[in-house]
Design a protein around this ligand. Structure first.
Ligand code: ATP
Length: 238
């Protein structure tokens, strides 16, 4: 088994005061963890630090026991850490198929690439129907599926997603979450899902970690978080 990810005593800032303070939590291989918290809590910063875009001031991140500190963003991608950043970034001028192939460029060649792309179409039927459409012709939900599909073709061990539900209709969000859960189960992928849409994140996550002003204020089973009224009121706004 692989895909065990841990954050230990991580402090991160952009120059002034740190925006993450001594963040410590871990994900078991194949686990889906929701990273929750209000706007500005530090969710995006944590995902960007994992990707290697931001250097921590102190603390460590380990993947399967290996410290990632010295690894470039490219090295981390090669180790199997993939991201779906906020904003459904797909190439508007390319077709769905071309966008997906782009995602598998460095990982697969020839037939292996065809197989990887075909697997994504199996997961996302709407994408299969629109494979020849350009990115700019897609709906918001289809663009988010494509952004997720493009990350999946590289068969990541660890996948992070930053607010994938933002701006999508509830039905589309439900479909997206179900597909993410299926993909994670199929591949044994470890998933860190940053969301403000707590209900949908907790619907597929086994556990949730709540950040408030850059500190971990809760780390518990999804069901326990959903039932904790005081915590929900204090940090999650519902
Ligand atoms: P959001 O949902 O708005 O993305 P978030 O929980 O992901 O919120 P971050 O985006 O990580 O939070 O922001 C945490 C804090 O870090 C905020 O106070 C933000 O202003 C600050 N911050 C984020 N990016 C930068 C940057 N590039 N330079 C300076 N400060 C930043």
């Amino acid at each position: 088994m692989n895909g065990a990810l841990s954050f230990h005593d991580l402090t991160v800032g952009y120059g002034g005061e740190p925006v993450l303070h001594h963040v410590t939590f871990a994900l078991e291989p194949g686990e889906i963890v929701a990273l929750l918290g209000a706007n500005g809590a530090g969710k995006t910063t944590l995902l960007r630090t994992l990707a290697g875009f931001v250097r921590p001031r102190s603390g460590t991140i380990r993947l399967d026991g290996d410290d990632l500190a010295r690894l470039s963003p490219e090295d981390r991608a090669r180790r199997g850490i993939a991201q779906v950043p906020e904003g459904r970034s797909v190439v508007a001028e390319l077709t769905v198929d071309e966008n997906l192939r782009l995602g598998s460029l460095w990982r697969h060649r020839g037939r292996a690439r065809d197989v990887a792309v075909a697997e994504v179409y199996e997961l996302f039927e709407p994408l299969a129907r629109r494979r020849a459409s350009d990115g700019h012709q897609l709906s918001g939900g289809e663009r988010q599926m494509l952004a997720l599909g493009r990350a999946l073709v590289s068969r990541p061990r660890v996948l992070t997603l930053d607010e994938p539900s933002l701006g999508l209709a509830p039905l589309v969000v439900a479909q997206l979450m179900a597909t993410l859960r299926d993909a994670a189960a199929r591949d044994g992928m470890t998933v860190l899902l940053a969301e403000q849409n707590i209900t949908s994140a907790l619907s597929i996550a086994g556990r949730g970690v709540v950040l408030d002003l850059g500190r971990v204020v809760a780390d518990a089973a999804a069901s326990a978080l959903a039932d904790d009224t005081a915590l929900r009121h204090a940090y999650l706004g519902f």
